[in-house]
Design a protein around this ligand. Structure first.
Ligand code: PRP
Length: 205
């Protein structure tokens, strides 16, 4: 059996559709259930449904052989795993956003984000002093309320920014979902994993 750590939520749905196109029986994922451990009817695949940011830890630890995680999460988590394939789903960008004046805050830009490590790295590489303000969600609220000058966050449709009167100031990284593998699993189960990667590649083309 190959086990997958799959993200719950909007990326998870796109992910199930792609796996189906690659011949994986995902009917268990389509059931309306609160169960977090599921398997295909043919028992070839097991699925753990996890919070998107937790996918890398399940794969690094070998609890799951494979996982699907956004590049944003992979950059932030910086785990020991193999990135096998760009799945071209969940496309968005990691951006600096806020009001136009936000980036001119001197001498210290206050940056609200849930990507704390990545934001520190980005501002350090730019040679800009930044105070990173860690938040867990509703990041756009920070500049609106004066908690921060800008945010560093993912932007997909841009509708959350627009609805709050904010705009993208700089696009820093393009983001899409990646298929990742546990290093040991890839060696021990290569006969099952590599053909699946091939079918996913075909499904994408
Ligand atoms: C993410 C992100 C933005 C929003 C961007 O939040 O943090 O708030 O999606 O998407 P958009 O450009 O399509 O509006 P998420 O939905 O994960 O909720 P959160 O506030 O709990 O982080």
């Amino acid at each position: 059996m190959i086990t997958f750590a799959l993200p719950k939520g909007r990326l998870g749905e796109e992910c199930a559709a792609l796996l189906a196109r690659a011949g994986v029986d995902v009917s268990a994922l389509e059931e309306d259930t609160r169960r977090l451990v599921l398997e295909s009817a043919d028992k070839r695949y097991g699925f753990f449904l996890v919070k998107p940011a937790d996918v890398p830890v399940y794969v690094e630890q070998g609890v799951a052989d494979l996982g699907v995680a956004g590049k944003d999460t992979l950059l932030e988590e910086d785990r020991q795993l193999y990135e096998l394939l760009d799945l071209k789903i969940g496309a968005c960008s990691l951006c600096i956003a806020g009001y136009e004046r936000g980036l001119n805050a001197r001498p210290l830009v206050r940056v609200a984000t849930k990507y704390v490590k990545t934001a520190k790295r980005v501002f350090a590489e730019r040679g800009e002093e930044a105070e990173i303000i860690p938040l867990h969600g509703s990041i756009e609220l920070a500049p609106v309320t004066g908690l921060s000058d800008v945010i560093f966050d993912v932007v997909q449709t841009g509708s959350t920014l627009r609805a709050n009167g904010l705009a993208v100031l700089e696009e820093v990284f393009p983001v899409s979902a990646r298929l990742v593998a546990n290093k040991v699993s890839l060696k021990l189960k290569s006969q099952e994993i590599l053909p699946l990667v091939g079918r996913l590649r075909e499904a994408l083309s």
